[in-house]
Design a protein around this ligand. Sequence first.
Ligand SMILES: Cc1cc2nc3c(=O)[nH]c(=O)nc-3n(C[C@H](O)[C@H](O)[C@H](O)COP(=O)(O)OP(=O)(O)OC[C@H]3O[C@@H](n4cnc5c(N)ncnc54)[C@H](O)[C@@H]3O)c2cc1C
Length: 284
Amino acid sequence: MERYDVAVVGTGPAGVSAAITAKIRNKKVLLIGDRDLTKKMRQAHEINNYPGFPKVKGEDLAKALSGHLKQMEIEITDVKVVNIYAMGKYFSLQTSGETYEALSVIAATGVMPGKMLDGEEPLVGSGVSYCATCDAPLYRGKDVIVLGYGKEEEKEAAFLSEVARKVIYFPVYNGEPSDPADNVKVIKEVPASVKREGPKMVLTTAQGTVFETDGIFVLRESVSPGALIPGLATDGPHIVVDRQMRTNIKGLFACGDITGKPYQYIKSAGEGNVAALSAVEYLG
Ligand SMILES: Cc1cc2nc3c(=O)[nH]c(=O)nc-3n(C[C@H](O)[C@H](O)[C@H](O)COP(=O)(O)OP(=O)(O)OC[C@H]3O[C@@H](n4cnc5c(N)ncnc54)[C@H](O)[C@@H]3O)c2cc1C
């Protein structure tokens, strides 16, 4: 399998900056994330604190970053990373498509909006899944619950409805889902907690309704770092790093919102640069 020097996970300003610096330092870079970079930039109406771009629209700054990547011949691999495992001398990154290998990893996944459901983290991989493509085959002919934290997750629910017997879909966003399939039941309550009861999974809503199912898909733009990378030192929703953006795992670096407040573009981009230089030093 092809092995990269640096795998950068996340295409916000932190990940883009890290990928650019690693490429300048002649490293073989794998950049994984959303081809359209990050919603948090695209949706910003006007940005006034990114040096050199006064009063810039978020959409235009995102275009400038995309242009920079293109000019440096850095491609975006548009998949979701589901797990990152430290294998000793390298890292294995499992995605919603393939598995990738890299000698070092830079996590630039942004901060997860909101908090996890009660009981969610220990059940990841054991009844709770973050990846429809990876785990749908396990639920062929069974019942699943899908929590969609963004309108784009409706596509994943539609895919699961082709495999599962019955899907209960919770749109955790404003607005109505478009054209759910016949075997999809839409529930507009707020998911609160999950637990396992024997072979079944149980979801309880903030309104107190209880739903029993075979598996629960929790589909968010980003997942908690502890669930993504086993053994990683975290502090609440953040990854613990030093000033060189090193984590407690050798060869694994983090940058951007995921390392803590303030949540700002330029702080993210700056940390991306530091993380990439630290990865280069580590590889050397
Ligand atoms: C509406 C709005 C306006 C804002 N305005 C400003 C402003 O004017 N000035 C300012 O400084 N800041 C502003 N911010 C804050 C700023 O958006 C964030 O600080 C910044 O985007 C963080 O960058 P990041 O690269 O760390 O993470 P993000 O921008 O969150 O990017 C993370 C990326 O990683 C991807 N990702 C996550 N998990 C995975 C995974 N498992 N596999 C693959 N990809 C993954 C995500 O899809 C996303 O593309 C604003 C935020 C919002 C929401």
